[in-house]
Design a protein around this ligand. Structure first.
Ligand SMILES: [Zn+2]
Length: 346
Protein backbone atom coordinates (compact mmCIF):
# COMPACT_ATOMS: atom_id res chain seq x y z
CA UNK A 1 0.00 0.00 0.00
CA UNK A 2 1.31 3.41 -0.95
CA UNK A 3 0.68 6.61 0.97
CA UNK A 4 -2.33 7.45 -1.20
CA UNK A 5 -4.04 4.22 -0.13
CA UNK A 6 -3.18 4.91 3.51
CA UNK A 7 -4.66 8.35 3.08
CA UNK A 8 -7.92 6.94 1.73
CA UNK A 9 -8.14 4.46 4.60
CA UNK A 10 -7.70 7.31 7.03
CA UNK A 11 -10.51 9.31 5.46
CA UNK A 12 -12.79 6.26 5.49
CA UNK A 13 -12.36 5.63 9.22
CA UNK A 14 -12.82 9.31 10.02
CA UNK A 15 -16.31 9.27 8.54
CA UNK A 16 -17.65 6.22 10.37
CA UNK A 17 -19.91 6.49 13.41
CA UNK A 18 -19.02 4.60 16.59
CA UNK A 19 -21.75 2.06 15.86
CA UNK A 20 -20.38 1.43 12.37
CA UNK A 21 -16.83 1.13 13.67
CA UNK A 22 -17.82 -1.37 16.35
CA UNK A 23 -19.05 -3.74 13.63
CA UNK A 24 -15.54 -3.92 12.14
CA UNK A 25 -13.48 -7.02 12.79
CA UNK A 26 -10.01 -6.18 14.11
CA UNK A 27 -8.44 -7.90 11.09
CA UNK A 28 -10.37 -5.63 8.70
CA UNK A 29 -9.18 -2.33 10.17
CA UNK A 30 -7.21 -0.44 7.50
CA UNK A 31 -4.33 0.52 9.78
CA UNK A 32 -0.60 -0.09 9.94
CA UNK A 33 2.43 1.27 11.71
CA UNK A 34 4.25 2.61 8.65
CA UNK A 35 3.65 6.29 8.07
CA UNK A 36 2.18 6.97 11.52
CA UNK A 37 3.66 8.69 14.57
CA UNK A 38 4.35 5.18 15.94
CA UNK A 39 7.08 4.73 13.38
CA UNK A 40 8.92 7.78 14.77
CA UNK A 41 8.59 6.53 18.32
CA UNK A 42 9.98 3.12 17.43
CA UNK A 43 12.85 4.91 15.67
CA UNK A 44 13.47 6.92 18.85
CA UNK A 45 13.53 3.71 20.91
CA UNK A 46 16.03 2.17 18.50
CA UNK A 47 18.18 5.30 18.79
CA UNK A 48 18.19 5.10 22.57
CA UNK A 49 19.37 1.48 22.33
CA UNK A 50 21.96 2.44 19.72
CA UNK A 51 23.35 5.17 22.00
CA UNK A 52 24.05 2.50 24.60
CA UNK A 53 25.59 0.22 21.98
CA UNK A 54 22.90 -2.42 22.50
CA UNK A 55 22.59 -4.51 19.33
CA UNK A 56 18.91 -5.38 19.66
CA UNK A 57 16.30 -3.54 17.58
CA UNK A 58 12.96 -4.92 18.77
CA UNK A 59 10.54 -5.51 15.88
CA UNK A 60 6.98 -4.33 16.35
CA UNK A 61 3.51 -5.19 15.01
CA UNK A 62 -0.10 -4.23 15.67
CA UNK A 63 -2.29 -6.40 17.90
CA UNK A 64 -4.99 -5.97 20.56
CA UNK A 65 -2.81 -4.70 23.38
CA UNK A 66 0.76 -4.01 24.43
CA UNK A 67 2.73 -7.20 25.03
CA UNK A 68 6.04 -8.91 24.36
CA UNK A 69 5.59 -12.67 23.84
CA UNK A 70 7.86 -14.99 25.77
CA UNK A 71 10.97 -15.80 23.72
CA UNK A 72 10.39 -13.13 21.05
CA UNK A 73 12.76 -10.11 20.97
CA UNK A 74 10.02 -7.72 19.82
CA UNK A 75 6.62 -6.47 20.98
CA UNK A 76 3.03 -5.77 19.94
CA UNK A 77 1.49 -2.29 19.89
CA UNK A 78 -2.28 -1.82 20.33
CA UNK A 79 -4.08 -1.09 17.06
CA UNK A 80 -5.88 2.04 18.33
CA UNK A 81 -2.59 3.95 18.46
CA UNK A 82 -2.28 3.66 14.69
CA UNK A 83 -5.21 5.98 13.93
CA UNK A 84 -6.67 9.09 15.64
CA UNK A 85 -10.25 7.92 14.99
CA UNK A 86 -9.55 4.65 16.81
CA UNK A 87 -7.94 6.53 19.69
CA UNK A 88 -11.16 8.51 20.07
CA UNK A 89 -13.17 5.29 20.08
CA UNK A 90 -10.83 3.78 22.68
CA UNK A 91 -11.32 6.78 24.95
CA UNK A 92 -15.07 6.57 24.60
CA UNK A 93 -15.17 2.82 25.26
CA UNK A 94 -12.72 2.55 28.17
CA UNK A 95 -12.02 6.22 29.07
CA UNK A 96 -8.28 5.99 28.70
CA UNK A 97 -5.85 5.63 25.79
CA UNK A 98 -2.83 3.73 27.11
CA UNK A 99 0.19 5.13 25.33
CA UNK A 100 -1.80 7.98 23.78
CA UNK A 101 0.71 10.69 24.64
CA UNK A 102 4.27 10.73 23.38
CA UNK A 103 5.63 10.48 26.89
CA UNK A 104 3.43 7.56 27.92
CA UNK A 105 4.02 5.76 24.64
CA UNK A 106 7.81 6.00 25.04
CA UNK A 107 7.50 4.84 28.66
CA UNK A 108 5.63 1.69 27.63
CA UNK A 109 7.96 1.06 24.68
CA UNK A 110 11.01 1.18 26.97
CA UNK A 111 9.26 -1.32 29.24
CA UNK A 112 8.51 -3.65 26.32
CA UNK A 113 12.09 -3.22 25.11
CA UNK A 114 13.17 -4.60 28.51
CA UNK A 115 11.22 -7.81 27.81
CA UNK A 116 12.57 -7.91 24.25
CA UNK A 117 16.19 -7.62 25.42
CA UNK A 118 15.64 -10.22 28.10
CA UNK A 119 14.31 -12.52 25.40
CA UNK A 120 17.20 -11.71 23.06
CA UNK A 121 19.97 -12.37 25.61
CA UNK A 122 18.11 -14.62 28.07
CA UNK A 123 19.31 -12.54 31.01
CA UNK A 124 16.78 -14.31 33.21
CA UNK A 125 18.83 -17.51 33.18
CA UNK A 126 21.59 -15.78 35.19
CA UNK A 127 21.77 -16.55 38.90
CA UNK A 128 22.07 -12.90 39.95
CA UNK A 129 18.99 -12.00 37.88
CA UNK A 130 16.94 -14.58 39.78
CA UNK A 131 18.34 -13.45 43.13
CA UNK A 132 17.37 -9.84 42.48
CA UNK A 133 14.07 -10.15 40.61
CA UNK A 134 12.86 -13.61 41.62
CA UNK A 135 12.07 -16.74 39.58
CA UNK A 136 11.08 -15.94 36.00
CA UNK A 137 9.15 -19.22 35.83
CA UNK A 138 6.81 -18.09 38.60
CA UNK A 139 3.30 -18.25 37.12
CA UNK A 140 1.69 -14.97 36.15
CA UNK A 141 -0.95 -14.17 38.73
CA UNK A 142 -4.54 -13.42 37.75
CA UNK A 143 -3.97 -10.20 39.65
CA UNK A 144 -1.42 -8.87 42.11
CA UNK A 145 -1.39 -7.11 45.45
CA UNK A 146 1.25 -4.40 45.45
CA UNK A 147 2.75 -2.80 48.53
CA UNK A 148 2.62 0.91 47.62
CA UNK A 149 5.27 1.96 50.16
CA UNK A 150 7.90 -0.59 49.07
CA UNK A 151 11.27 0.85 48.02
CA UNK A 152 12.49 -2.41 46.53
CA UNK A 153 10.88 -1.65 43.17
CA UNK A 154 11.22 1.23 40.71
CA UNK A 155 8.14 3.33 39.96
CA UNK A 156 7.53 3.62 36.25
CA UNK A 157 4.25 2.58 34.59
CA UNK A 158 1.89 3.12 37.51
CA UNK A 159 -0.14 0.81 39.76
CA UNK A 160 3.22 -0.43 41.20
CA UNK A 161 3.48 -2.64 38.17
CA UNK A 162 7.03 -3.82 38.93
CA UNK A 163 5.50 -5.84 41.75
CA UNK A 164 3.30 -7.91 39.41
CA UNK A 165 5.95 -10.49 38.43
CA UNK A 166 9.78 -10.88 38.29
CA UNK A 167 9.67 -10.35 34.49
CA UNK A 168 7.77 -7.08 34.99
CA UNK A 169 10.16 -6.00 37.71
CA UNK A 170 13.04 -6.45 35.27
CA UNK A 171 11.20 -4.66 32.42
CA UNK A 172 10.30 -1.73 34.67
CA UNK A 173 13.86 -1.47 35.99
CA UNK A 174 15.21 -1.59 32.44
CA UNK A 175 12.79 1.16 31.36
CA UNK A 176 13.97 3.48 34.13
CA UNK A 177 17.60 2.69 33.26
CA UNK A 178 17.04 3.41 29.55
CA UNK A 179 15.06 6.61 30.11
CA UNK A 180 17.73 8.54 31.97
CA UNK A 181 21.48 8.80 32.55
CA UNK A 182 22.92 6.97 35.60
CA UNK A 183 23.37 10.20 37.58
CA UNK A 184 19.61 10.79 37.44
CA UNK A 185 18.40 7.34 38.57
CA UNK A 186 21.17 7.08 41.17
CA UNK A 187 19.90 10.28 42.74
CA UNK A 188 16.21 9.40 42.38
CA UNK A 189 16.61 5.94 43.93
CA UNK A 190 19.31 6.77 46.46
CA UNK A 191 18.70 4.69 49.58
CA UNK A 192 16.18 2.42 47.82
CA UNK A 193 16.51 -1.36 47.46
CA UNK A 194 15.58 -0.81 43.81
CA UNK A 195 18.96 0.89 43.23
CA UNK A 196 20.72 -2.46 43.41
CA UNK A 197 18.52 -3.71 40.57
CA UNK A 198 19.30 -0.61 38.50
CA UNK A 199 23.04 -1.04 39.03
CA UNK A 200 22.71 -4.66 37.96
CA UNK A 201 20.86 -3.70 34.76
CA UNK A 202 23.60 -1.15 34.13
CA UNK A 203 26.27 -3.88 34.43
CA UNK A 204 24.24 -6.30 32.30
CA UNK A 205 23.93 -3.72 29.53
CA UNK A 206 27.64 -2.90 29.65
CA UNK A 207 28.35 -6.63 29.44
CA UNK A 208 26.42 -7.06 26.19
CA UNK A 209 27.39 -3.73 24.59
CA UNK A 210 28.37 -4.38 20.99
CA UNK A 211 27.32 -8.04 21.23
CA UNK A 212 24.89 -9.53 18.72
CA UNK A 213 22.24 -11.60 20.51
CA UNK A 214 21.80 -15.28 19.66
CA UNK A 215 18.04 -14.95 19.53
CA UNK A 216 17.23 -12.93 16.39
CA UNK A 217 13.73 -14.27 15.77
CA UNK A 218 11.41 -11.89 13.94
CA UNK A 219 8.13 -13.73 14.36
CA UNK A 220 4.93 -12.02 15.46
CA UNK A 221 2.24 -13.29 17.83
CA UNK A 222 -1.49 -12.54 17.47
CA UNK A 223 -1.05 -9.93 14.71
CA UNK A 224 -4.08 -7.78 13.91
CA UNK A 225 -4.54 -9.58 10.58
CA UNK A 226 -5.40 -12.78 12.45
CA UNK A 227 -7.89 -11.35 14.94
CA UNK A 228 -11.42 -12.01 13.72
CA UNK A 229 -13.45 -10.66 16.63
CA UNK A 230 -15.34 -7.40 16.16
CA UNK A 231 -14.41 -4.20 17.95
CA UNK A 232 -17.69 -4.50 19.87
CA UNK A 233 -16.68 -7.89 21.24
CA UNK A 234 -13.14 -6.68 21.93
CA UNK A 235 -14.39 -3.76 24.03
CA UNK A 236 -16.98 -5.87 25.84
CA UNK A 237 -14.13 -8.12 27.02
CA UNK A 238 -11.84 -5.24 27.82
CA UNK A 239 -14.43 -3.56 30.03
CA UNK A 240 -15.13 -6.84 31.80
CA UNK A 241 -11.42 -7.24 32.43
CA UNK A 242 -11.09 -3.88 34.15
CA UNK A 243 -14.32 -4.07 36.14
CA UNK A 244 -13.75 -7.26 38.13
CA UNK A 245 -13.57 -7.41 41.88
CA UNK A 246 -15.16 -4.08 42.73
CA UNK A 247 -16.43 -3.74 46.28
CA UNK A 248 -20.10 -2.90 46.38
CA UNK A 249 -20.82 -1.17 49.66
CA UNK A 250 -20.06 2.52 49.83
CA UNK A 251 -23.12 3.60 51.84
CA UNK A 252 -21.29 4.40 55.07
CA UNK A 253 -18.72 6.55 53.27
CA UNK A 254 -21.35 8.31 51.19
CA UNK A 255 -23.42 9.19 54.24
CA UNK A 256 -20.39 10.79 55.80
CA UNK A 257 -19.90 13.09 52.81
CA UNK A 258 -23.53 13.76 51.89
CA UNK A 259 -26.74 14.19 53.83
CA UNK A 260 -29.91 12.08 53.85
CA UNK A 261 -31.90 14.83 55.57
CA UNK A 262 -34.53 16.36 53.30
CA UNK A 263 -34.07 20.11 52.94
CA UNK A 264 -36.72 22.75 52.52
CA UNK A 265 -35.12 24.32 49.46
CA UNK A 266 -34.27 21.00 47.88
CA UNK A 267 -30.55 21.65 47.40
CA UNK A 268 -28.39 19.80 44.93
CA UNK A 269 -28.60 16.00 44.80
CA UNK A 270 -25.37 14.13 45.46
CA UNK A 271 -25.88 12.12 42.26
CA UNK A 272 -26.05 15.27 40.14
CA UNK A 273 -23.02 16.72 41.82
CA UNK A 274 -20.98 13.54 41.26
CA UNK A 275 -22.05 13.32 37.64
CA UNK A 276 -20.86 16.86 37.06
CA UNK A 277 -17.39 16.31 38.56
CA UNK A 278 -17.11 12.71 37.33
CA UNK A 279 -14.46 13.13 34.66
CA UNK A 280 -12.27 15.45 36.70
CA UNK A 281 -12.45 13.17 39.76
CA UNK A 282 -11.63 10.02 37.83
CA UNK A 283 -8.63 11.66 36.17
CA UNK A 284 -7.29 12.97 39.48
CA UNK A 285 -7.52 9.56 41.17
CA UNK A 286 -6.00 7.82 38.14
CA UNK A 287 -3.04 10.18 38.23
CA UNK A 288 -2.55 9.57 41.94
CA UNK A 289 -2.81 5.78 41.85
CA UNK A 290 -1.94 4.63 38.33
CA UNK A 291 -5.14 2.57 38.26
CA UNK A 292 -6.99 2.43 34.93
CA UNK A 293 -9.61 5.18 34.60
CA UNK A 294 -12.24 2.65 33.59
CA UNK A 295 -11.88 0.82 36.93
CA UNK A 296 -12.18 4.07 38.89
CA UNK A 297 -15.15 5.19 36.84
CA UNK A 298 -16.95 1.93 37.62
CA UNK A 299 -16.52 2.58 41.34
CA UNK A 300 -17.82 6.13 40.93
CA UNK A 301 -20.84 4.96 38.90
CA UNK A 302 -21.77 2.53 41.68
CA UNK A 303 -21.50 5.41 44.15
CA UNK A 304 -23.78 7.55 42.00
CA UNK A 305 -26.36 4.74 41.92
CA UNK A 306 -26.27 4.43 45.71
CA UNK A 307 -26.59 8.22 46.11
CA UNK A 308 -29.76 8.12 44.02
CA UNK A 309 -31.27 5.23 45.96
CA UNK A 310 -30.41 6.78 49.33
CA UNK A 311 -31.63 10.21 48.09
CA UNK A 312 -28.48 11.90 49.32
CA UNK A 313 -27.96 15.65 48.98
CA UNK A 314 -25.11 18.09 49.29
CA UNK A 315 -24.91 19.50 52.81
CA UNK A 316 -21.61 21.34 52.50
CA UNK A 317 -20.16 23.78 49.95
CA UNK A 318 -19.25 22.05 46.68
CA UNK A 319 -15.54 22.54 47.15
CA UNK A 320 -15.56 20.77 50.48
CA UNK A 321 -17.74 17.93 49.19
CA UNK A 322 -15.40 17.58 46.20
CA UNK A 323 -12.35 17.26 48.44
CA UNK A 324 -14.01 14.62 50.61
CA UNK A 325 -15.18 12.60 47.61
CA UNK A 326 -11.68 12.71 46.14
CA UNK A 327 -10.24 11.19 49.32
CA UNK A 328 -13.00 8.59 49.55
CA UNK A 329 -12.63 7.54 45.93
CA UNK A 330 -8.83 7.28 46.33
CA UNK A 331 -9.25 5.06 49.39
CA UNK A 332 -11.80 2.85 47.62
CA UNK A 333 -9.48 2.60 44.62
CA UNK A 334 -6.58 1.52 46.85
CA UNK A 335 -8.88 -1.12 48.34
CA UNK A 336 -9.43 -2.50 44.86
CA UNK A 337 -5.66 -2.78 44.46
CA UNK A 338 -5.34 -4.56 47.76
CA UNK A 339 -8.07 -6.99 46.82
CA UNK A 340 -5.83 -7.93 43.91
CA UNK A 341 -5.62 -5.56 41.00
CA UNK A 342 -6.21 -7.02 37.61
CA UNK A 343 -3.86 -5.18 35.33
CA UNK A 344 -1.18 -7.54 34.13
CA UNK A 345 -1.63 -7.34 30.41
CA UNK A 346 1.77 -5.81 29.62
ZN1 LIG B 1 5.63 -6.12 30.86
Amino acid sequence: MGSAATGRARIALEHLTDEELLEFRLCDLPVRIEGTHLEERVAQLHEELEERDLRVRPHVWLSEEWFSPDGVPGFAIPFYLAHPRLMRLERKQVLEVEGGTNRECMGIMRHEAGHALDNAFRFRSRRRWRELFGPFSQPYPESYQPEPTSRDYVLHLGAWYAQAHPAEDFAETFAVWLASPPARWRKRYSGWGALEKLEYVNRLAEGVAGVKPLNRRRDVVRPLSQLTMTLREHYRRKREYYAVGLPSNYDRDLKRVFSAEPRGDGGQTAANFLRRVRRELVQAVAEGTGVHQYTIDQILLKMIDRCKLLRLRLSTPEEQAGRRVLVMLTVQTSNVIHMGYHRIAL
